[in-house]
Design a protein around this ligand. Structure first.
Ligand code: GLN
Length: 481
């Protein structure tokens, strides 16, 4: 990866005066103009604001003022993160016309670091989906192969980085929505430990699972971006009262003696053999670099999907109750308040969102609560326990990020089949742990494969050390040539 395409390379070039921030922004806006009509990574491109911010960075540098670590670096932001004065849609018709009066904390932190937002990226409506086909504004295409989906729900953010629209972007991950699209698009994607990154200003999907995190072309860029957005925020009650972890300084520590467990349950049935083969090769590469690699059984991960599709819809049914035709966006007039709410929600929500609200309401209803929601919470505890047992013996765990490589647009019509995309990623959300996807080679058709490194809560440092070693050993693909 050349300096041109990494955030850290671009930041260094701007700081040294080799390139101006305006120059960098113009180049990225030109890339967007050329390919965005095909890719559709964005719901909104904020070209004028970006140019003005870049000019301000150049002026600051010219007058010798201090600038942040990402000064002048273009960044794309998922359209479920609030941006003051810029429409935030969650790719839903129900938020039509709503403009947030404040920035999400992560957006404030990006700006404080000097990064420049180039636009708001497309997603599956309210982050519910695995292909970005559930967007009310049309799907995003995978830059690696435009007949294929970029994954989801943060498909626009993954595609923006893969297409060279921005070297870094932000997504959110409730059940895999950063790691799965990262794997499909051949970029790095990180779901930080629950509580590490503020969700203030992230429009909630499932609050016990949601976490904001980075996309990047390199492990180092992802680490640098995570350091910028992480750290305590009093505005988010789930935020861990600790400063952001120092990760970048450990990226060259290597993996000598690092104990790595390959999760048996995520290497067999349901995983495409070519994906499993790349994961095994990455495990061998870690061993060759000095890590101690063994297989480990984490039995309860196989129940993750079932538990998630009760817990996440249950929380969503509550979180999405606020879209009532009164407080935000769309309002469809009707004779009574009740009819107005029904008409608004009927017109405003797409089919998958309605399905989740109904599933969740059912799972929470009197008479079914114990059998569904309560049972799912017990399974969640089992998953936490099985992970805890594995982390007594291993520093990090390894698995595929996704069971397959990117599929074609329209190929998966059945919601249950779509849900299977998340079998490898969901367990970490249920446990509140950290996990990330790193590109490692391709399938026979040249489509990227993502290897997932999982770590215990606050295990970001060993996770990134393993990720750096996997990246260093990854077979070169067309992208690097
Ligand atoms: N694909 C999963 C779902 O539809 C995960 C979504 C996410 O992480 N936001 O719920």
């Amino acid at each position: 990866m050349t300096g041109e395409t990494t955030a850290l390379g671009i930041a260094a070039a701007i700081r040294s005066g080799e390139r101006s921030a305006v120059d960098v922004i113009d180049a990225h806006l030109a890339a967007i103009e050329a390919a965005e009509p095909t890719i559709h990574a964005f719901n909104t491109v904020t070209a004028d604001e970006a140019r003005a911010a870049a000019a301000a960075v150049d002026r600051a540098l010219a007058s010798g003022q201090p600038v942040g670590p990402l000064a002048g670096v273009p960044v794309a932001v998922k359209d479920n993160l609030c941006t003051d004065g810029v429409a935030t849609t969650c790719s839903s018709k129900i938020l039509e016309g709503w403009v947030p009066p404040y920035d999400a904390t992560v957006v404030t932190r990006l700006a404080a670091a000097g990064a420049i937002t180039v636009g708001k990226t497309n997603l599956d409506e309210f982050a519910m989906g695995s292909s970005t086909e559930n967007s009310a504004f049309g799907p995003t295409r995978n830059p690696v192969d435009t007949d294929r989906v970029p994954g989801g729900s943060s498909g626009g953010s993954a595609a923006a980085v893969a297409a060279g629209f921005a070297p870094i972007s932000l997504g959110s991950d409730t059940g895999g929505s950063i790691r799965q699209p990262a794997a499909f698009c051949g970029v790095v994607g990180v779901k930080p430990t629950y509580g590490t990154v503020s969700r203030y200003g992230l429009i909630a999907f499932a609050s016990s699972l949601d976490q904001v995190g980075p996309f990047a072309n390199t492990v180092a860029d992802a680490a640098a971006l995570l350091e910028v957005i992480a750290g305590h925020d009093p505005a988010d009650a789930t935020s861990i009262p600790q400063p952001a972890p120092s990760i970048v300084e450990h990226l060259d520590d290597g993996v000598q003696g690092l104990r790595v467990g390959l999760i048996t349950e995520l290497m067999g049935e349901g995983i495409h053999p070519e994906v499993a083969a790349r994961v095994r090769e990455s495990a061998e590469a870690l061993a060759a670099a000095g890590a101690i690699v063994e297989e480990v059984s984490v039995p309860a991960v196989t129940f993750g999907l079932s538990a998630y599709y009760l817990i996440a819809p249950a929380e969503a049914s509550s979180n999405l109750a606020r879209f009532d035709g009164v407080r935000y966006g769309l309002r469809v007039e009707a004779a009574t308040t009740n009819e107005m709410m029904v008409a608004t929600r009927t017109a405003g929500f797409g089919p998958e969102v309605k399905r989740r609200i109904m599933l969740g309401t059912y799972a929470l209803s009197a008479g079914y609560y114990d059998a569904f929601y309560g049972k799912a919470q017990k399974v969640r505890t089992l998953i936490c326990r099985d992970f805890a047992a594995a982390y007594e013996r291993f520093d990090v765990l390894l698995s595929p990020a996704t069971p397959t490589t990117a599929f074609e647009l329209g190929a998966i019509a059945d919601p249950l089949t779509m849900y299977l995309n998340d079998i490898c990623t969901i367990p970490s959300n249920l446990a509140g742990d950290a996990a990330m996807s790193i590109p490692f080679g391709t399938d026979a058709g040249g489509l990227p494969v993502g290897v997932q490194v999982l770590a215990p809560s606050l295990g970001e440092v060993p996770m990134f050390r393993a990720a750096a070693a996997i990246e260093a050993a990854a077979p070169t693909t067309g992208k690097d040539a």
